[in-house]
Each structure stands twice: as C-alpha cells, then as structure tokens.
Design a protein around this ligand. Sequence first.
Ligand SMILES: Cc1cc2nc3c(=O)[nH]c(=O)nc-3n(C[C@H](O)[C@H](O)[C@H](O)COP(=O)(O)OP(=O)(O)OC[C@H]3O[C@@H](n4cnc5c(N)ncnc54)[C@H](O)[C@@H]3O)c2cc1C
Length: 292
Amino acid sequence: MKTVHQPDLKKMSTLKLGGRARAALYPENELHLEEINRNWAGIGLRCMYLGKGSNVLFTEDNRDLVLVKWKGRILPESIAQDRDRVLVLVDAGYPLPRLLGWCASRGLSGLEGLAGIPGSVGGAITMNAGSHGVEICSLLTSIWIWTPEKGTSQLQTGQFSYGYRWFNPGGISGNPLVTAAEITLVRSSPQNVQENIKRFYLRKKRSQPVLASTAGCVFKNPPDGEPAGKLLERAGFRGRQNKGVAFSSKHANFLVNLGHGSSTQALDLIAQAREKVFELSGHELQLEIKTV
Ligand SMILES: Cc1cc2nc3c(=O)[nH]c(=O)nc-3n(C[C@H](O)[C@H](O)[C@H](O)COP(=O)(O)OP(=O)(O)OC[C@H]3O[C@@H](n4cnc5c(N)ncnc54)[C@H](O)[C@@H]3O)c2cc1C
C-alpha cells in the first residue's frame, strides 16, 4: 500500500492550510484497510478518511493524524438499465467532476446540479453534497460501507438516512468508510447533459469563488430564516480579512486562503463571525466544514 510519511496538509486540502500529519495511506482493498486498522488505528493514532479535502480545514497540530485515502478499482460502469433509467456503479474515491464528465459522454442525467463541486464521490455522499436542488444521496440506490468490526456491508435505500449536509449509514457504528455506490440516472442526450453541466457551473462561478483556495461553505444554513451567507453579510463579514485569510467578497460564506494564510487566522476569523452573527441575529451558526 502506498504510504507517505509526514504529508504536508496544505497539499491535501483545497483550502491549503495546516501543518503535517503523521502519514497518508492509500488503501485499494479490504486487506489494506485491515492492515491500517491493525498497524495505525490499533496503536492509538487518529485515522481519518479523506476524499479530495474540499470540505476540510486542517490545523497546524496534527502530528498523530493518519489520513486514509480510499481508491478502489471500480471505474464507473452501467450495471443495469431499463427504457428510461440507468444504474451506475462507481467507486467512492472517484472524483465527482470526472463522474459528471463520464455521465455527459453517455447522456446520463441527474448529477448536473453538482457541477463545480470538487469532491470525491465518497466525500460527497458523506456530506450529502447538494446544489441547485440536487442532493447526491437522493440518487443513491445502494452503497457499500466498510468498518473494522463488520468488514464490507451493502446498504439499500431505506437502510441509510440523510438530510441537509449529513448522511447516516443506519445501524453501522464505528468509523464507516464509504467504498462504492450505485446511483440511478435518467437517459438523456450527451449534448443535453453537457449543456446542463455548463449552465450550472457558470451559475456557480458567478456567485461563488470557485477558482480560489476555499473549502466551500464554512457554515450550514440555519434551519429557518436567512441563509448563513446573508447573516454573515449583514454582520459585515463579506470581504472581511484577517491577515492571510478572508471571507470572500463574492460570497460571504466562503473563507478564502489568500495564499499566505494560517489555520489559526482562519479559526479566529470564523470565531469572530459566529460571535457577531449571534449578537445581531441570535443564530448560532454551525460549521459545515470539518475542522481537524
Ligand atoms: C469551490 C467549492 C465549491 C463547493 N460547492 C459545494 C456545493 O455547492 N455543495 C456542497 O454540498 N458542497 C460544496 N463544496 C464542499 C465540498 O466540495 C463537498 O462537501 C464535497 O462533497 C466533499 O468531498 P471531499 O471528497 O472533498 O470530502 P473531504 O473534504 O475529503 O471530506 C469531508 C468529510 O467526509 C469524510 N469522507 C470523505 N470521504 C469519505 C469516505 N469515502 N467514507 C467516509 N467518509 C468520508 C471525511 O472524513 C470528512 O469528514 C464546495 C467546495 C469547494 C472548494
């Protein structure tokens, strides 16, 4: 199994912050996962599954952290179809943008709203990534989960639950790794799917800093009232800078690393924003990004 010692966390997340971890491991099968459980988790190190690191804020102090980047061997493939629908099997390590391209070339529709989300399929499922009215978990018919206790289990729709930015593989405790998924898509034409992807991507690009170093939305939208971006804007945080990091002036809920930021600066700015929003609106904003 490929193993990188003391990887630079700046290179492992889209926000490009953080110090060094103990190791990054690249399992490709169950034997590798068992080895990780024995030799790394088993000696008390913190193991974290990482996709593309596009929803993570790594801090400087992570010397006992072991990153586990799953990459099985399943390329996307159509495994069943009827007149209108096609069932696609895909590995959890597969990049979401590449899956959208694969769908476009075959004229399979359903995921286009997720254009511009730079995650992996597994990370997208774990976060129930959503955009433009599409939530990835609503398209799943089945997923495969690995845990140290039970090995691999397949869960069908109804055996897992999900909601706004959360996913719960019901009844599976411990630290579950999503290894693969079956997604139901609808037949369309390559041109149609390609046009949809382009339209949604351009819409995203107009309102979000998609080309900057960010980790997507910092905060979840509160269950009622205004979205987090609006609350931050009202609290004066749109474009607010703290040395090397700033809330984007394009979208107040995106934290941008200006190139020389640190995680301490980012956490300070996040704390200031939470405090001010609470003071002005009474909303206690919850983090969407994972701080590690
Ligand atoms: C420019 C930009 C735009 C974005 N736009 C959106 C958007 O519109 N909508 C949206 O929902 N999100 C958005 N995001 C956030 C992010 O891209 C998504 O949440 C994405 O799905 C995360 O995938 P990832 O592979 O990068 O996960 P990571 O950041 O690597 O991990 C996120 C969490 O998932 C866990 N995880 C990852 N892979 C697995 C696995 N295989 N099994 C178990 N757990 C796993 C990690 O442990 C971590 O807790 C955006 C981010 C950026 C940078």
